[in-house]
Design a protein around this ligand. Sequence first.
Ligand SMILES: [Mn+2]
Length: 237
Amino acid sequence: METMNRTFIIGDLHGCVHEARDLLDKLGPSPQDRVIFTGDLVDRGPDPAGCVELAARFESILGNHEENHLARRFSAPHKLSPEHLRTRASLGEAHYQFLSGLPLFIRLPEHQAVVVHAGVFPGRSIEQQDSYHLLHLQNTNGRDKKSFWPSKAPADTSFWAERWQGPERIIFGHTVVAEPFVHAFAAAVDTGCAYGGRLTALVLPEWEFVSVPSRQSAKKPGRVALYEILPGVRCFS
Ligand SMILES: [Mn+2]
């Protein structure tokens, strides 16, 4: 019997290579299936280089952490955080070569979907998007370029997914959600593995989620507490 090829979109690894292998074992992709990582392979977790090497066997888009490492590759060490320096020390020329070739988005026309790291600015086509928005966008007022942390955003802003009207459904990481979700025009897959949450894959064409538990100890992702970004959808912000 012929089975339909599947596409697995896996959320931000952030150095969690063991969980990535756990999840791939659970998914059991065939050579005909596609595996796409949503970027932010590096920083935070124990094995950034291992995550880059794993992603190189499949497909990945660029995350803001990769962008940062490429932009500051030759910056003086005293200008960089200990975490940044740890990642830098683990990466070699081949890793940087791979990261420099990563796309900002991957279109999945057979699913009317696009994989991006963070978000898309409302009212613009995917090709017209600013790389800053693709890599960083959270809350927006729909006019200015700036992106706001959801918990610190002015009242006239809202999470980009509330303003994006398609036609594509955007599959994104970057913003850590308490529960992954699929809405009309957006699907969130980053469940905070590096913070002790889960590593999650979105499985197409079913639009179902498969997760494995984190092996990291629980810690808060950057900011404060759970924050409602969309009705019934909470993120850590
Ligand atoms: Mn990110």
